[in-house]
Design a protein around this ligand. Structure first.
Ligand SMILES: [Zn+2]
Length: 308
């Protein structure tokens, strides 16, 4: 399976910043060391400003490009502006675009970053500058390769930016499984929202997951799936309020990839959030996601996928 990485484009953060930026490099290193035989690692091109403009407003893009975001806009994003932040954000979107094209060719592919689902058309929020999945969905639709994408978002935080971007777009179905009491505190309306109570564990989560994915596929009849595989539904997460185990998280991933394969759907998987106090736990959860994807990619080459 092909996996796209951009951890070497560093987003400079002040000491003690709460975003675990090291997780991306550690994730790639772990995959290289342990699962290197399953994965081909590639550097994506940066998303172009034209690609980004299919989703984001000209005014917002210009402020990000020129470094004229106001300080409250930077605080809402949670990262200080720098040229490195701009390049890294464009590469992260480029990774999701590249993984999505690879998934169309090979069934499954991964971006070892991305999942920046709190970015709206006109603003960033919650460590998200650009909405990678929205930009990739628009690119694939513009290329005529995808007509009815499903965004299946299992990050513990609602995919509010994605929901808002596609609110009036019947071609794109947004489904978010998230912690009812987690950020964002004012939720947007996805096509299907599943708000889970604090402390939801493996069993209840997997039940809700199965029913949400079946409903989304049944209602929308998608031809492509973006899987936003946040690591923050884990019980050890500092920002999440759910209580899945590492095995439960892995079962979640295996379920999504199996269900998509059974339905003949290509899947592009992106990492999204993960804030466990032990960075090693975050890395294991993300790595398990990528390995489950790779296993299914291998099986998908049996010819079960629809011809392009
Ligand atoms: Zn999150």
């Amino acid at each position: 399976m092909r996996a796209f990485y951009c951890d070497h484009f560093v987003l400079p953060l002040p000491d003690g910043h709460r975003f675990p930026m090291a997780k991306y490099r550690l994730l790639r290193e772990r995959l290289v060391a342990v699962n290197g035989h399953l994965i081909r690692f590639e550097e994506p091109a940066a998303a172009s400003w034209e690609d980004l403009a299919r989703v984001h407003t000209r005014a917002y893009l210009e402020a990000v490009r020129a470094g004229t975001l106001e300080s409250r806009e930077q605080r809402r994003i949670g990262f200080p502006w720098s040229p490195g932040m701009v390049e890294r954000s464009r590469r992260s979107v480029g990774g999701t675009m590249a993984a999505s094209r690879a998934a169309l060719d090979e069934g499954t592919a991964a971006n070892l970053a991305g999942g920046t689902h709190h970015a709206f058309a006109d603003r960033g929020e919650g460590f998200c500058v650009f909405n990678d999945v929205a930009v990739a969905a628009h690119a694939l639709m513009a290329e005529g390769r995808v007509t009815r994408p499903l965004v299946f978002d299992c990050d513990v935080h609602q995919g509010n930016g994605t929901a808002a971007i596609f609110r009036d777009d019947p071609a794109v179905f947004t489904c978010s499984l998230h912690g009812e009491k987690n950020f964002p505190f004012r939720k947007e309306t996805s096509d299907l929202d599943v708000a889970l109570p604090d402390g939801t564990g493996d069993e209840e989560y997997l039940e809700a997951l199965g029913s949400a994915l079946a409903t989304a596929i049944d209602r929308h009849r998608p031809d492509f799936v973006f899987y936003v595989a946040g690591a923050d539904a884990y019980h050890g997460d500092r920002f999440g309020r759910l209580a899945l185990t590492i095995e439960g998280m892995r079962a979640r991933d295996a379920f999504v990839f199996t269900a998509c394969r059974t339905a003949g759907l290509p899947v592009s998987v992106v990492m999204a959030g993960g804030y466990a106090s032990e960075v090693g736990d975050i890395v294991v959860i993300h790595a398990n996601t990528v390995v489950e994807a790779a296993r299914h990619a291998t099986r998908a080459s049996d010819g079960l996928l629809r011809a392009p």
